[in-house]
Design a protein around this ligand. Structure first.
Ligand code: SAM
Length: 283
């Protein structure tokens, strides 16, 4: 269990379940995460939740600069001591959801390019992904460890899509690069995890007139996912079903299909069709 138990004992810290504190204690798993990040001395890394600093130390060995955001003040104190020998690590006490990545990296980001590498606190996985993907300055690559079931949802294909899958796939290409057993963490969670790699190109992968309208339509579709799209969109967006059906047909999508069957390009076509006819803007 590497240093995890020793450090917890030494600093008299009880892991907090409410903060998603399952510390990675397996050398091979750490190596796989770091390998996936393909770090070089020119890289700036944002780590969310450094915990006891085990992953942070590996990241600092490969990257030029690491900024690590930790919410738990007890752990910030530990990190300041255990990582004191690393000149290229900055520890910030705070809640990632309250912070803007561009502000955090300001001092280092001449090129405005950064990578996110994190073993995410599972209770805010979706919120953190949304926060980073919709930030003004998005990362170019994300390597995030999440619960296996969530990893499968994020990387789903048409037939099994969800709002989370569309939200991530709108901005980047996610794929599972490693599976990590629950026993690799201390304390061990109930379920296995997976490492996902999300490559971002800087702009959304599909052309839409406006991302807010795109997500308004997608959210409406998934709000009533058992219903046919024509009815779900009409009900949620307060539009006549006939108009919605026409827009769907023009986009090449059968109005009887359900939200989970649409791929990202199809959503973009639906959204653009609805917008071009001025029918997605009503509240
Ligand atoms: N990186 C460490 C590792 O791999 O062993 C710890 C990962 S642990 C799953 C998640 C970490 O995120 C914990 O240290 C927890 O305190 C921290 N955390 C929880 N909520 C946070 C938030 N909103 N902002 C920043 N850090 C948070």
């Amino acid at each position: 269990m590497m240093d995890v138990r020793r450090l917890l004992k030494e600093f008299d810290i009880q892991p907090r379940k409410s903060l998603g504190q399952n510390f990675l204690a397996d050398q091979r798993a750490l190596e796989r995460i770091v390998e996936a990040a393909e770090l070089g001395p020119g890289d700036i890394v944002l780590e969310i939740g450094p915990g006891l600093g085990t992953l942070t130390r590996c990241l600092a060995a490969g990257a030029g600069w690491v900024v690590a955001i930790e919410l738990d003040q007890r752990l910030v104190e530990v990190l300041k001591q255990t990582l004191a020998d690393l000149p290229n690590v900055e520890i910030i006490h705070g809640d990632i959801l309250e912070l803007n990545p561009a502000d955090l990296l300001e001092r280092q980001m001449a090129s405005f390019q950064y990578k996110v590498v994190s073993n995410l606190p599972y209770y805010i996985t979706s919120a953190v992904l949304r926060h980073l993907l919709t930030a003004k300055v998005r990362p170019k690559l994300m390597i995030v460890t999440v619960q296996l079931e969530v990893a499968r949802r994020i990387t789903a294909e048409p037939g099994d899509m969800s709002l989370l899958a569309v939200s991530v796939q709108f901005y980047g290409r996610p794929r599972i690069v490693a599976r990590i057993k629950a026993s690799a963490f201390y304390p061990s969670p109930q379920v296995d995890s997976a490492v996902i790699r999300i490559d971002l190109d800087g702009r959304p992968l599909v052309e839409v007139d406006d991302a807010d309208s795109f997500f308004k339509v997608v959210r409406a579709g998934f709000a009533q996912r058992r219903k046919q799209l024509r009815n779900a969109l009409a009900a949620e967006l307060a539009l006549p079903a006939s108009e919605v059906a026409q827009a769907l047909s023009r986009a090449g999508v059968d109005p009887k299909r359900r939200a989970q069957t649409l791929g990202i390009e199809e959503w973009a076509k639906v959204c653009n069709e609805m917008q071009s006819r001025g029918i997605s803007q009503k509240d």
